[in-house]
Ligand binder design. Structure first.
Ligand code: PEP
Ligand code: MG
Length: 659
């Protein structure tokens, strides 16, 4: 018995919907299969279902055979046609992806600089400050099997051992899911992993290999690689990223088999220096950041997302060490200078004393700066300079308020999209933006529309393979090509604007048409909301100035928008043609280069002449050595990591005092 239908599951049968479908199918005795393009798979395996790569609006057939076939068809077709019926919307909206590996593309592992001594390394100064503490090496070890074939009489026992290990991993994940303390983000990640651990695909494959004489660990490694390779081969970025999930589950099963524990960031001791070859931005974001004294990484650059997270939490970081980072694997203690990019392995007594002194002085400086928290920086001529915060999640609101931020100058919306397995719903986005607006009212909250590029896949958006993703389909370019995604964000922003001072800015603008097209969409969204009787309010629309083209057309752009915000991170890389993530060209990636400074000045002049606000949200905005220059150029808003706010206010007040 079979029936065909068109799939209405948003973004197709990805992990969570696949799991729901499987759960429904398992509720029936009948054998159930899902057929797409002539290929049939069991509807009781979520891995097999995911690998079928069923997308929204595709035709599929559900085939059932057994006593309750009619009921099974009814229920499963019903789900495919109306997946939200009977579901808890909130749970759906909150189900995140495993975002491992979705941070900014890592820099090539080149060694950028010579060391200054046997125990002294140099990398990219990515987050300022000094730290000294015990090393916490986060190099999850490679796992290997026994490398011998089993005797026939050993096989049954090995299968039992394997099944017990799978059970233990599932139980551990169930236990984690039962914890109230687990954040929504973490919960989704664990749930996605648990689905894979509970799926027959991996276990059947591994058991087959054990029956063939492989030891359980080797079997799991091979089985995970086989299934991961299938995920990697599917033409869908989101499913490609599931390959990491399969490896992660395989790893957990192997660790149980070996009686070992994985290295977890959860256990990092107070004040420790986290050493890793690479850390996913999302892994770092959910680590116990308050306990981390410093970060040292083989990958990454000054404006990579790890650097941005470190800076926003005031954690000193040296990144881009390349292969040199291996020298730190066995370090006991590490001193790091995030201003100069130095890392010292097992420092001697004199160095310890020197760093302890610097850490103390920095703490004193921080304490001395707290008086600027409530200061509203004003120049001698009465102009107020708004010192705002750059943040990327609601969790950072507290740090920004605590620092004395006068609003948000850049809310990066990427994390909101990267954290979830589906594109975030309009309601969920509206709630997020409204929460921001309320937290900072009456100060403005500038939300940047989605700025994602081909180097960072997002569930639900298919990116083409690009030779140069930074010169490709990113930011406003992608959004205008995907009005379904863009309009959902614009509608959410119009709704949130009711709750405070929301402003919206567009990233990667290089042509005036991009602003005009956006305006048309905003008007369309406002008309739709009105027709639906949904409360909404207009917002100021601005652009980021981060391409040379935007600088060159700034006078014309200024007539079309309410404000400029200079994105010096990208502007520097595009003006200097020097990849912001590549430590080998870090020297060229310098905002103080006259070419970049003159681009900033041209932008400021155009904005001031048109009478619009000119701000800056690139990392340079928080540099006390450059603030006076920017303010003299005419900038009236500077937005930065919360950790830099008080020092920036002090620098502006010093200008006022100097007259
Ligand atoms: C910039 O490019 O300066 C900027 C603020 O945007 P992002 O770092 O998110 O690209
Ligand atoms: Mg940018």
């Amino acid at each position: 018995m079979e029936r065909s239908t068109i799939v209405r599951v948003h973004e197709g049968l990805h992990a969570r919907p696949a799991t729901r479908f499987v759960k429904l199918a398992k509720g029936f005795e009948s054998d159930v299969e899902l057929v797409k393009d002539g290929k049939a798979v069991s509807a009781k395996s979520s891995v097999k279902l995911m690998l079928l790569a069923v997308k929204e609006n595709q035709e599929v057939t559900v085939r059932a055979n057994g006593a309750d076939a009619i009921e099974a068809l009814e229920a499963l077709i019903g789900y495919l046609e109306n997946p939200r019926a009977g579901l808890d919307d909130e749970a759906e909206a909150q189900s995140p992806a495993n975002d491992a590996g979705q941070e900014a593309a890592p820099a090539p592992g080149s060694v950028p600089a010579a060391s200054g001594g046997a125990n002294r390394l140099r990398g990219v100064a990515a987050s300022e400050g000094f730290a000294i503490g015990p090393a916490f090496a986060h190099f999850p070890p490679d796992i290997a099997g026994q490398g011998r074939m089993l005797q026939a009489e050993e096989i049954e026992g090995e299968i039992d051992r394997f099944r017990a290990a799978v059970g233990a991993v599932q139980a551990r994940m169930d236990h984690a899911l039962a914890q109230d303390s687990l954040s929504a983000g973490d919960r989704g990640i664990v749930a996605a992993l648990r689905d894979i651990a509970a799926d027959d695909s991996l276990t059947d494959e591994a058991e087959g290999l054990i029956k063939g004489g492989n030891d359980a660990v080797s079997a799991v490694i091979t089985a995970a690689s086989t299934i991961a390779a299938e995920f990697s081969a599917v033409d869908d970025h989101y499913l490609n990223a599931r390959a990491d999930d399969v490896h992660a589950v395989g790893r957990q099963i192997c660790l149980v088999l070996l009686g070992q524990d994985d290295v977890s960031l959860e256990n990092i001791p107070e004040g420790a220096i986290l050493i890793a070859d690479d850390i996913g931005a999302w892994d770092l974001a959910r680590a116990p950041l308050k306990r981390i004294g410093g970060v040292v990484c083989g990958h990454g650059g000054a404006t990579s997302h790890i650097a941005i997270i470190a800076r926003s939490h005031g954690i000193p970081a040296v990144l881009g060490l390349g292969g040199q980072v291996n020298a730190l694997r066995t370090a006991r203690d590490v001193a790091l200078d995030g201003n100069a990019g130095h890392v010292i392995i097992d420092p001697d007594e004199a160095t310890r004393a020197d760093f302890a002194g610097r850490v103390e002085a920095a703490a004193k400086e921080r304490a001395g700066l707290t008086i600027f928290k409530t200061v509203t920086p004003k120049l001698a001529d009465g102009r107020i300079i708004e010192v705002a915060a750059n943040i990327g999640s609601l969790e950072e609101i507290e740090a920004a308020l605590e620092a004395g931020a006068m609003g948000i100058g850049l809310f990066r919306t990427e994390l909101l999209f990267m954290r979830h397995m589906h594109l975030p719903s309009e309601d969920m986005q509206a709630e997020t933006y409204a929460a921001l607006a309320k937290a900072f009212a009456p100060y403005p909250v500038i939300v940047r529309t989605l700025d994602i590029g081909g180097d960072k896949p997002i569930a639900g958006i298919e990116f083409p393979d690009e030779e140069n993703p930074f010169l490709g389909w990113r930011g406003i370019r992608m959004c205008l090509d995907r009005p379904d995604i863009f309009k959902r964000q614009l509608r959410a922003l119009l709704r949130a604007a009711v709750h405070g001072n929301i402003k919206v800015m567009l990233p990667m603008v290089s042509d005036i048409g991009e602003v005009r097209q956006t305006r048309v969409l905003v008007e369309e969204c406002a008309a739709e909301l009105k027709a639906e009787g949904m409360a909404h309010a207009a917002f100021d629309l601005g652009v980021m100035i981060e391409t040379p083209a935007a600088v060159l057309i700034a006078p014309a752009l200024a007539k079309e928008v309410a404000f400029f915000s200079i994105g010096t991170n990208d502007l520097t890389q595009y003006i200097m043609a020097a990849d912001r993530l590549n430590p080998t060209v870090a020297k060229l990636n310098d905002v103080t280069n006259p070419a970049v400074m003159s681009a900033i000045e041209m932008t400021a002049r155009a904005g001031v002449a048109a009478g619009i606000m000119v701000g800056m949200c690139g990392e340079a905005a928080g540099r006390p050595d450059l603030i006076a220059t920017f303010v003299e150029m005419g900038l009236t808003e500077l937005s930065m990591s919360p950790a830099s706010i008080q020092r920036a206010k002090k620098a502006i007040m010093a200008m006022a005092a100097d007259g």
